[in-house]
Ligand binder design. Structure first.
Ligand SMILES: CC(C)(COP(=O)(O)OP(=O)(O)OC[C@H]1O[C@@H](n2cnc3c(N)ncnc32)[C@H](O)[C@@H]1OP(=O)(O)O)[C@@H](O)C(=O)NCCC(=O)NCCSC(=O)CCCCCCCCCCCCCCC(=O)O
Ligand SMILES: Cc1cc2nc3c(=O)[nH]c(=O)nc-3n(C[C@H](O)[C@H](O)[C@H](O)COP(=O)(O)OP(=O)(O)OC[C@H]3O[C@@H](n4cnc5c(N)ncnc54)[C@H](O)[C@@H]3O)c2cc1C
Length: 664
């Protein structure tokens, strides 16, 4: 039967060891074992079923999410899961919920911004879920501009307390996940006011609801902000609104790792940079980059399997139509996304390492790598989430009409994913942060301060401003050194051009605003260079398994040449490559697509996703698409009755011409 046979035959064509590729994708044998075991555990538990999600009303959907979250917690306790296993379990439950913010932001904020004493007091309560917390930073009037927050935290020396207050409508906290209906506590960001002086934004632990009856505490107004994009999707989350009317908290509930307020009302600064108040955002952005590869690979897995099952036109000699995956246009849209999924996986792995390294340095009071960590997490979060959101939508189109059905899994994935381009920092705002970092680095060239980390290539400014690409034939584009030089030269030249244009302005801030669209492009070029170079570095490691390295090399080249093709204007206008070299890159890309074609199904199998996680009829492992699509359609509540509700009121009068007669 179509589907079964197609995918089985595709799998038999694979030219590499899929089991070894699974290890590479997972990061290690241990991680593969854990994710494999936990994903199956979730898939086999009926409470974690996802197939009715899009049919539920908001209230039922939310209650169902609460049920799953409680069940997940129960299983974590019963099975005595480790922290790693518990996080995997929450991941595979695959439903945005208050737990994400509790474990992903509330706890990390206390760890990163609390003193030892504060950690000892709050973390055990949070780890045991005796309290549930969220991250309340954004307000109705300000999200991107954190320094513009209006909530106040005024020190009262009489009582040794802070008074948390929302002075205006626009100061209402607005968006925090988990806040609307669940959280008992929040880390609230507000302006620290002592003796009428404003000391800027700081974090405060505030109890919101009673631990006995869950009612809001006096002075607190709290609720959900309403339905969001898509049915089901992110509506499982209670994003909330919160207002304070002079709510008092003890002084020791200000997070005091960065600065402390003494009993006398004196502000004492620690030796750590004030930017650590923004530390949780660095952590979560790093996490979002890792998650981008999960979301994109999930969409790509669905679209690739379906493209091998779906046949249209072109009767072959055996009388069957062509698999749509064999069309070159399908390959040129699909395979760059497959390559991007792998590229984001590896850059995410590297970013995790970078984050851990920065953290260790911070513990030892070495703050030197913080600006780079900020630039990398901000830039890569922006690059990978934008590409993933666009990539999911492209996968939907790659699946034709059936991709638009909820049962394809793609509409819900898209609706859940797209806010990632906005939350944790709007993607343009974050790229402007990268641009500032690049301009600063360029302006320091020649000052004796050598660029470090991902900007080390800028130290070769003279060479990169003048070099000429050495490509003479298509295969030359397969050399990592050639690709790297082209990407470095493009990024260098765009940053230098931006810095030179900026220098023409008397007022740098005005110049920055005027040139911001170009600056964003320079930042994108730098971030794409990071992704390409980290993929190349990955290939320099020992990669076991028959044919695995060869496949990864092909994917790395596809990613790089696809980006080159997409941003050809940059590469040509900066003189990094010639039009002839651009056309050779395109020819090489076509040849790489042919190389990947027989391995495409095995390359998505290597993600090791269960059908439960994919939740897609089109992406089923067995390829049994048509019978299951047919079956799914009959489950729609509209099909519960043959004649629909409303027939007698609205359809019958039309058919019987009663309406027309009434008008005559
Ligand atoms: C950076 C800003 C845009 C602007 O900041 P400023 O106004 O201060 O201006 P400057 O540009 O001048 O910056 C000053 C200075 O600081 C440096 N800087 C800036 N940011 C940082 C930083 N983060 N770290 C270090 N340094 C930083 C900057 O470079 C300047 O340095 P110099 O002076 O030296 O040049 C800022 O205002 C900003 O960040 N805006 C964006 C706001 C934002 O991101 N808000 C996020 C709100 S929270 C949110 O959205 C949550 C979404 C939740 C989504 C769900 C996530 C799921 C959770 C994932 C984890 C799950 C894990 C689950 C685990 C489990 O289950 O176990
Ligand atoms: C699903 C979801 C969950 C969220 N969860 C949380 C949470 O748990 N806790 C929390 O505190 N917040 C949360 N947020 C809020 C989120 O962090 C903010 O929405 C985000 O930081 C963007 O800020 P904004 O809404 O103010 O956008 P705005 O800054 O108002 O952006 C509007 C437009 O202005 C542009 N813009 C803004 N500033 C500039 C500039 N300087 N230069 C050029 N262009 C600019 C942007 O690019 C964008 O196009 C969540 C948001 C969403 C959507």
């Amino acid at each position: 039967m179509a589907g079964f046979d197609d995918l089985a035959s595709e799998r038999s064509k694979a030219q590499f060891d899929v089991e070894e590729m699974k290890v590479i994708w997972a990061g290690s044998r241990h991680t593969l074992e854990v994710s494999d075991r936990i994903s199956r555990l979730v898939a086999n538990d009926p409470v974690f079923r996802k197939d009715t999600r899009t049919m539920l009303s908001r209230k039922d959907l939310f209650k169902n999410t609460l049920r799953k979250a409680a069940h997940a917690w129960k299983r974590i306790i019963e099975l005595r899961l480790s922290e790693e296993e518990a996080a995997e379990l929450r991941f595979y439950v695959d439903e945005p919920a208050f737990m994400d913010l509790h474990w992903g932001m509330f706890i990390p904020t206390i760890k990163g911004q609390g003193t030892e004493e504060q950690q000892q007091k709050w973390l055990p309560l949070a780890y045991k879920m005796k309290i549930i917390g969220c991250y309340a930073q954004t307000e109705l009037g300000h999200g991107s501009n954190v320094q513009g927050l209006e909530t106040t935290a005024t020190f009262d020396p009489q009582t040794d307390e802070f008074i948390i207050h929302s002075p205006t409508l626009t100061s209402s906290k607005w968006w925090p996940g988990g806040l609307g209906k669940v959280s008992t506590h929040a880390v609230v960001y507000g302006r620290l006011i002592i003796d009428s002086k404003d000391y800027g934004v700081n974090g405060f632990i505030v109890q919101l609801r009673s631990l006995d009856d869950h009612l809001p505490l006096p002075g607190i107004t709290i609720g959900d902000i309403g339905m969001k994009f898509g049915s089901g999707a992110y509506n499982t989350m209670d994003n909330g609104v919160l207002r304070f009317d002079h709510v008092r908290i003890p002084r020791d509930q200000m997070l005091m790792r960065v600065s402390q307020v003494t009993r006398e009302g004196k502000l004492v600064q620690s030796n750590v940079p004030w930017q650590l108040v923004y530390g949780t955002m660095v952590y979560v952005r790093q996490k979002i980059v890792s998650d981008a590869s999960c979301a994109l690979s999930r969409a790509v897995c669905i679209a690739t399997r379906y493209s091998a099952v779906r046949r249209q036109f072109g009767l072959q000699s055996n009388g069957i139509e062509t698999q749509v995956i064999d069309y070159k246009t399908q390959q040129s849209r699909l395979f760059p996304l497959l390559a991007s999924a792998y590229a984001f996986r590896f850059v995410g792995e590297w970013l995790k390492w970078l984050y851990m390294d920065v953290n260790q340095r911070l513990q030892a009071s070495d703050f030197s790598t913080l600006p780079e960590a900020h630039a990398c997490t901000a830039g890569l979060k922006s690059l990978t989430t934008s590409a993933t959101a666009d990539g999911i939508e492209e996968c939907r189109k790659l699946c034709g009409g059936h991709g638009y059905l909820c049962s394809s899994g793609l509409p819900e994935l898209f609706a859940v994913y797209i806010p990632a381009c906005t939350y944790e920092g709007d993607n343009i705002v974050l790229l402007l942060q990268v641009a500032r970092f690049l301009i600063k680095t360029v302006s320091q060239l020649g000052s004796g301060k050598e660029p470090v980390g991902t900007t080390v290539y800028m130290g070769r400014v003279e060479q990169l401003m003048q070099c000429h690409c050495a490509v003479q034939k298509a295969e030359d584009w397969l050399k990592p050194s050639v690709i790297l030089e082209a990407f470095e030269a493009r990024s260098m030249r765009m940053s230098v051009a931006s810095a030179q244009n900026l220098a023409k302005f008397d007022n740098q801030e005005e110049g920055f605003l005027e040139l911001s669209a170009d600056l964003v492009q320079a930042a994108v070029a730098h971030c794409q260079l990071i992704v390409v170079s980290k993929f190349i570095e990955k290939l320099q490691q020992d990669i076991p398994g028959k044919g695995v390295k060869g496949q990864l090399e092909a994917l790395c080249n596809i990613y790089a040449l696809f980006i080159l093709h997409k941003h050809l204007g940059d590469f040509l206008s900066t003189g990094c490559i010639t039009p002839k070299q651009a056309s050779l890159a395109n020819a090489q890309l076509r040849s790489l697509y042919s190389q990947v074609r027989p391995n495409a199904i095995a390359l998505v199998d290597a993600f090791n996703y269960t059908d439960h996680y994919l939740s897609s009829v089109l992406g089923r492992y067995d390829g049994n698409v048509y019978p299951k699509l047919y079956e799914e359609a009959w489950k729609d509540p509209l099909n519960d009755s043959v004649v629909p509700d409303g027939y007698q009121e609205y359809i019958q009068p039309i058919l019987k011409q009663q309406l027309r007669n009434a008008r005559l």
